[in-house]
Design a protein around this ligand. Structure first.
Ligand SMILES: Nc1ncnc2c1ncn2[C@@H]1O[C@H](COP(=O)(O)OP(=O)(O)OP(=O)(O)O)[C@@H](O)[C@H]1O
Ligand code: NI
Length: 261
């Protein structure tokens, strides 16, 4: 069966030029392999600097010019280079960027969502979309600098959710959100997968995303430390976890590690 997305042995390194044309190479993603199918939410969990955003950028053909990439990214059975992935952007692979600076500083929220709707060839329905992510209709008239971090993030989510991309890569979509709004956003991503998209949900917060994920890919210092069914992260299933996942699970405060034992 052809996979929706198949990543094989993906590595990303950065080149740094030194004096006399000497070049250092620093590997930041090392040999990642996984697949993604319609209908599933795959959480990518790792601490700051683990390489989560690099993975997101690689999948969208957005790595910076000083990055070198090896391995294969296959979309619906076809090998894709960065230019090919860039052509899939928006219509087939959407991104919720980690940086809220991706919003156009000179455009009101409503206009930004309108533009994204035009790109995706869908009706804007701006008020409805804002309300659906817990914002007020009046937010449509605000410029990015008038939005809080959490508001700006939800505007980016509105824009990225437009259209029918078969894969949505959400890079820390809940950063800066309170628990209620975090769960609104995560439920929307879950619902999107349930309607047939695949969602790559990047987060450093395993506990928050677990109820919404099918599988969990663990990333540490650019290396994959396991891929686990989300259901294993439970009291009943924890014994089947890999050593790394199990250590991570035990370290969570609600699982007994209180730091004062
Ligand atoms: N343009 C770049 N040039 C050089 N190194 C980079 C570049 N972008 C990222 N890196 C390095 O790659 C590593 C992984 O970065 P990445 O942004 O993917 O981390 P992350 O897991 O998304 O972290 P966070 O949770 O803080 O967003 C880091 O060590 C970072 O310094
Ligand atoms: Ni990141």
């Amino acid at each position: 069966m052809t996979k929706l997305l198949e990543v094989r042995d993906l590595s990303v390194a950065f080149y740094r030029y030194r004096a006399f044309f000497k070049r250092d190479e620093i590997t930041r993603l090392d040999g990642l392999s996984f697949t993604l199918e319609p209908g599933e939410v795959m959480a990518v969990i790792g601490s700051s600097g683990a390489g989560k955003s690099l993975l997101a950028l690689a999948l969208l053909g957005l790595l910076p010019p000083n990055a070198g990439q090896t391995g294969t990214i296959r979309f619906r059975g076809r090998d894709m280079d960065a230019a090919g992935l860039a052509r899939l952007r928006v219509r087939e692979i959407g991104l919720v960027p980690q940086q809220v600076s991706h919003l156009d500083p000179l455009a009101r929220t409503g206009a930004q969502i309108g533009r994204a709707a035009a790109r995706a060839s869908v009706v804007p329905r701006i008020s409805e979309r804002l309300v659906a992510v817990g914002l007020q209709e009046s937010a449509a008239r605000l410029y990015p600098h008038q939005l809080s971090g959490g508001m700006a993030r939800r505007v980016m989510i509105c824009a990225a959710e437009l259209g029918s991309a078969s894969i949505l890569v959400a890079d820390e979509p809940t950063a800066g959100l309170d628990p209620a709004n975090r769960d609104i956003v995560l439920s929307r991503l879950r619902a999107r997968a349930d309607r047939g998209s695949a969602v790559l949900l990047i987060s450093h917060d395993l506990v928050s995303v677990l109820p919404f994920a099918d599988r969990v890919l663990l990333l540490e210092d650019g290396v994959m430390r396991g891929e686990e069914p989300a259901a294993r992260f439970s009291t009943a299933g924890a014994r089947a976890l890999s050593d790394y996942a199990s250590a991570l699970w035990r370290a969570l405060p609600q699982n007994g590690f209180a730091g004062h034992a």
